[in-house]
Design a protein around this ligand. Structure first.
Ligand code: 5GP
Ligand code: ZN
Length: 152
């Protein structure tokens, strides 16, 4: 896609610090890392976010994450790492080409944990039923294992 920053990185029009590349996937260091080793893993085929990328590409990207993240963790001597994807501006997405962040983490690194909204058992049960009811229409499966008990 001509006006996409990450497509330009794939094409080499914009330089990047590559850490992995194959026919379908590229991984490079984030220009503004949360921690040293912060890496972005992207499919070469353009999609605005993971809901637009093919399942094949998502499998490829996740396979590369599994392959390279332990090495990144080891090289920067991290204690763990987050794998995240921001989807939509409300979630913090700023580049609209599918990407997964690998962010090295350290014990006591002080990065803020998610705040919690809280939910009662009843609220959770009702929401899960609603979600499962909607999801089964497109996924052809059901959390009730075909017993057809979803309320929606
Ligand atoms: P998002 O905010 O969409 O979840 O993630 C986009 C990421 O791309 C950000 O963490 C940002 O620092 C990174 N980024 C933005 N522009 C560039 C660039 O030109 N080169 C590299 N390597 N990373 C970039
Ligand atoms: Zn793109």
């Amino acid at each position: 896609m001509s006006d996409c920053l990450f497509c330009k990185i794939i094409e080499g029009e914009i330089p990047s610090s590559k850490v992995y590349e194959d026919e379908h996937v590229l991984a490079f260091l984030d220009i503004n890392p949360v921690k040293a080793g912060h890496t972005l893993v992207i499919p070469k085929a353009h999609g605005a976010d993971l809901t637009e990328s093919s399942e094949k590409d998502l499998r490829r990207v996740m396979t590369v994450v599994k392959q390279i993240a332990p090495t990144i963790k080891s090289v920067v001597k991290a204690d763990g790492f987050n794998v995240t994807s921001n989807i939509g501006t409300a979630a913090g997405q700023s580049v609209f080409h599918t990407h997964l962040h690998i962010i090295p983490r350290y014990e006591g690194d002080g990065l803020a944990a998610w705040p919690h909204d809280g939910a009662t058992d009843e609220e959770r049960t009702a929401l899960a039923e609603k979600l499962c009811g909607k999801i089964k229409r497109t996924s052809n499966t059901c959390c009730k294992r075909g017993e057809n008990k979803c309320s929606l």
